[in-house]
Design a protein around this ligand. Structure first.
Ligand SMILES: [Zn+2]
Ligand SMILES: [Zn+2]
Length: 116
């Protein structure tokens, strides 16, 4: 789910029977829905959110990586070429685990294989 910032300007107009301008205003504000005539403008802006943890920053209009996630090395985004160059050693260094731990498949050439 994303977070949206919405600013809308509405136009209300109508004739009100009252004994004073103050009373007219009070009735008008109280029954605003009755006097609704149009939406003048409506802006919906998607707030930028951290692509990793989803934290929303109301000052950001584009998705970003927050400071906390940027500091967490395992959450860094790696290019495909970097991913392709990963080895068991690098994978464990960065992510702290490797797919070979299940001992079902060995994603890297240097994964320790039992019985070899
Ligand atoms: Zn984050
Ligand atoms: Zn491995």
């Amino acid at each position: 789910m994303a977070t949206y910032n919405i600013t809308a300007v509405y136009e209300y107009a109508g004739e009100i029977e009252a004994d004073s301008p103050e009373e007219a205003e009070a009735i008008f504000l109280k029954d605003l829905n009755d006097y609704y005539s149009s939406t003048e403008s409506l802006e919906i802006e998607k707030l930028g959110e951290c692509v990793v943890c989803g934290e929303v920053d109301s000052n950001a209009s584009e998705d970003f990586t927050c400071d906390v996630c940027a500091m967490d090395k395992s959450q860094e985004s790696y290019s495909w070429s970097e991913m392709a160059e990963l080895t068991h050693k690098k994978q464990v260094e960065i992510f702290g685990w490797c797919g070979c731990e299940e001992k079902e498949h060995f994603p890297y050439d240097d994964c320790p294989r039992e019985g070899e």
